[in-house]
Design a protein around this ligand. Structure first.
Ligand SMILES: Nc1nc2c(ncn2[C@@H]2O[C@H](COP(=O)(O)OP(=O)(O)OP(=O)(O)O)[C@@H](O)[C@H]2O)c(=O)[nH]1
Length: 383
């Protein structure tokens, strides 16, 4: 669902902003009823004109192909995109028009920043970025004064046009100058995170994944569950994906290499495409992704990709060696326990959220029960 807000300063002030992000496991309607669209926590996309804000939003959340963004018109209204209908992550993305004087007195920027979880500032790395750095400083320092809890994320964007050396040099320079500006303003506590991004490869999905992960209070629990799952199943790498956006909301604690991530993204595309073509009913009904969704792809280098539905919006995608896959029964059993634990985590999350406290620690039984259940499965040495 998306809608636009006219730039006439007529923002309705919403009294209460939930500070935590909510998640729908199976019951998105419950989330809908508990929060009006305007009161949902938000991620702001800001930056100068033509820096690439709308393109990022369209490519990541609306499956627009990067080439089509060439024809995007300049945004002249705040574009609010509520992605919670189709995605696990229950937030709104506000795309700000670049040319707007954000600090015009008719803007209630306090209201805007108060309900914000993350502010993404997009800098066009192919352009002269001096003006962008000035605007970045102005924006983050204002926002920090209103709400120091905001995560400040800087996307050094359009790096597809730069050589590897140039990319690193640009990042170093922007990092240095932005932090110098903050130090001059005695804002050393304000932390900026930097990412090199482009809509022409997976870097934009990776960066968005990291932004979203910081907003998920249950992240340590999810990582723990994934660690236990992979170590007891002989799996090399596992990602928990939001299927629609291909954002990974968690992975095990081994380092993420871009190739594995890309491979898993490609697998989601293949599964959804095949399912759309051959999986729907003849009248076009049904869903391309549901409880039955499961795919196994064997590559020619003894690697196996394994995808399985976890919740309405989430899929587990794993990379493992062929020889580990011989114990498919064990993997399936462990997956069953993992899935149950994930459901428990978010059921507890949504019930505590209603009383205003999202649970960051594991629910009493989920980790313990997963450990116990995998140990009850066929024992095997951890790879
Ligand atoms: N090379 C390259 N071009 C990009 C990238 N992202 C966006 N663009 C191009 O940048 C131009 C501007 O993109 P928009 O998304 O309209 O920029 P915006 O920041 O929303 O602009 P305003 O609405 O005017 O604020 C478009 O022609 C995009 O195709 C990228 O990663 N690499």
């Amino acid at each position: 669902m998306s809608y636009e807000e006219p730039l006439d300063g007529s923002y309705g002030v919403v009294d209460a902003f939930p500070k935590d992000f909510g998640y729908g496991v199976e019951e998105p309607d419950m989330e809908e009823s508990s929060a009006s669209p305007d009161s949902k926590p938000r991620i702001l996309l800001m930056g100068l004109r033509r820096s690439g804000k709308s393109s990022i939003q369209k490519v990541v959340f609306h499956k627009m192909s990067p080439n089509e963004t060439l024809f995007l018109e300049s945004t002249n209204k705040i574009y609010k995109d509520d992605i919670s209908d189709s995605s696990f992550v229950n937030f709104q993305i506000w795309d700000f028009p670049g040319q707007v004087d954000f600090f015009d007195p008719t803007f209630d920027y306090e209201m805007i920043f108060r309900g914000t979880g993350a502010l993404i500032f997009v800098i066009d790395a192919q352009d002269d970025y001096v003006e962008a750095l000035g605007r970045l400083h102005l924006t983050v320092s204002r926002a920090y004064r209103v709400n120091p809890e905001i995560n400040f994320e800087v996307f050094i964007h359009k790096v597809d046009g730069l050589s590897d050396d140039h990319k690193i040099e640009t990042q170093r320079d922007i990092h240095q100058r932005a932090n110098d500006d903050l130090a001059d303003a005695s804002l050393e506590k304000l932390h900026l995170s930097f990412y090199l991004t482009s809509i022409y490869d997976h870097s934009i999905f990776e960066a968005f994944s990291k932004v979203v992960q910081k907003l998920i209070p249950q992240l340590p629990t999810l990582e723990n569950l994934l660690n236990i799952f992979i170590s007891n199943s002989g799996i090399e790498k596992a990602f928990l994906f939001d299927v629609v956006s291909k954002i990974y909301i968690a992975t095990d604690s081994s380092p993420v290499d871009m190739q594995s991530y890309e491979l898993c993204c490609d697998m989601i595309d293949v599964v959804i495409d095949v399912s759309c073509i051959y999986g729907l009913r003849e009248d076009g009904g049904g869903s391309a992704y549901d409880k039955e969704s499961l795919a196994i792809i064997k590559l020619n280098n003894t690697t196996v990709l394994y995808l399985k539905e976890v919740t309405k919006f989430l899929a587990l995608v794993c990379i493992l060696r062929e020889e580990s896959f011989e114990r498919k029964g064990l993997i399936d059993y462990n997956f069953h326990c993992f899935r149950k634990a994930i459901h428990e985590v978010f059921e507890v999350g949504s019930s505590t959220q209603r009383v205003g406290m999202l649970q960051a620690s594991p629910p009493s039984s989920s980790l313990a029960s997963l450990k116990a259940s995998t140990l009850n499965g066929t024992p095997r040495s951890v790879v």
